[in-house]
Design a binder for this molecule. Structure first.
Ligand SMILES: Cc1cc2nc3c(=O)[nH]c(=O)nc-3n(C[C@H](O)[C@H](O)[C@H](O)COP(=O)(O)O)c2cc1C
Length: 360
């Protein structure tokens, strides 16, 4: 028995384990495997067009009737700031020369568009049991539509203030994302990365501040982390980086290799890849231009000028300009199928829990 079953009951899942939405790295195969294993699989839609998201959701609904989550970014679109964009391009000039890259090369890219009417229509068509957001919440009308369709609403908080705000706006559960987490920080009421909070300190303070169930995220990669999250008052965990080791993760061999060898102190928070703070494995571009840069334009505008450099260096087998998003516990990951990982994490956490109870 789990010490806290509020999330399990809220979402109708067997296990209090959410496979984190991971834009660009996890699609239907991962979602299906985790949901079939009893956890909550999440489809990240931020980098997908409406048509791509429809295809993924059709595949998922065709292969599992278990609860799933669909996840969307809901940032404010960037302001027009030509001067800043010019500065960014100038900052990259030397790299273009060095790599003999052409800044006019058209590289197909996703828009990283915020949740909108069309994505909302898709949600109403497929009715994922859970809809989760990153960077706050969409506007009231869109949120009401999603809620009226019966989906439980989750969003990420990186501070107690953000958690309270999300609860006030009607979130059914809150993901407390600690500083250890891989990928983009969900922060939306603050831009100050230096005061972001670690999972150990954040989770109990959020638990004390809100009435809805709290989901711990950031640096959780094995049964010990899950147990700690429950001890801090969480009702579930959201795990990202550990799932990147699974064969279902759609990542390059270079990325997979890097995750295996990344040590605790080899990731950092950086804004140089997209314009928003996110945790990635430290590489040349982060070291030389960041990790935090005042010149990087607003999210997601930093990414496009980087794309030709990234393509050129990847062609040469290098990851100097590629973001390998990762949390601080990458090395705790195991190479198991997503279903096996989900089941093992749950079984080991429950076994450890029983052990703790009997040694009291
Ligand atoms: C590769 C990667 C991509 C991510 N993309 C998303 C995303 O699209 N939406 C989202 O809400 N969170 C995203 N996250 C953040 C996760 O939801 C979660 O906060 C994080 O993975 C937890 O920390 P961990 O990686 O240490 O487990 C991403 C994380 C990673 C590692």
């Amino acid at each position: 028995m789990w010490p806290n079953d509020r999330f399990i009951k809220l979402c109708g899942v067997e296990l209090p384990i959410i496979q984190a939405p991971m834009a660009g790295s996890a699609l239907s195969d991962m979602v299906i495997a985790v949901s079939q294993a009893g956890g909550l699989g999440s489809l990240a839609c931020a980098l997908l067009s409406v048509e791509q998201a429809r295809k993924e959701l059709e595949t998922i609904r065709g292969r599992t009737s278990r609860p799933i989550s669909a996840n969307f970014f809901c940032h404010h679109p960037p302001r027009d700031d030509r001067a800043r964009e010019m500065n960014w391009r100038q900052r990259l000039d030397a790299y273009y020369i060095q790599l003999q890259a052409d800044s006019n090369t058209a590289i197909p890219q996703s828009a990283r568009a915020p949740f909108d009417e069309k994505m909302c229509d898709l949600v109403m068509e497929f009715h994922p049991e859970v809809v989760s957001f990153h960077f706050g919440l969409p506007d009231k009308n869109l949120l009401l539509r999603v809620k009226s369709g019966g989906a439980k609403i989750l969003s990420t908080a990186t501070t107690v203030d953000e958690a309270r705000w999300l609860e006030d706006q009607g979130c059914d559960a809150i993901i407390a994302q600690g500083f250890e987490a891989g990928g983009h920080r969900g922060m939306f009421l603050t831009e100050d990365v230096s005061t972001q909070v670690g999972t150990m300190a954040l989770v109990p303070q959020v638990v004390d501040a809100v009435k809805v169930p709290v989901i711990a995220a950031g640096g959780i990669a094995d049964a010990r982390g899950i147990l700690a999250a429950f001890a801090l008052g969480a009702a579930a965990v959201q795990i990202g980086t550990a799932y990147l080791h699974c064969p279902e993760a759609q990542i390059s061999p270079l990325y997979r290799q890097a995750l295996k060898s990344t040590r605790d102190n080899q990731t950092a928070i950086t804004n140089v890849f997209t314009g928003r703070p996110a945790r990635a494995i430290v590489n040349r571009f982060m070291r030389e231009v960041g990790p935090m840069s005042d010149v990087a334009p607003e999210f997601p505008l930093a990414a496009a000028p980087l794309a030709p450099l990234r393509a050129k260096s990847e062609m040469a087998g290098s990851a100097d300009f590629t973001p390998f998003w990762s949390g601080q516990a990458a090395r705790l990951g195991r190479e198991l199928s997503a279903a096996e990982l989900t089941k093992q994490l749950a079984a080991e956490a429950l076994a450890n829990l029983r052990l703790l109870q009997t040694t009291k």
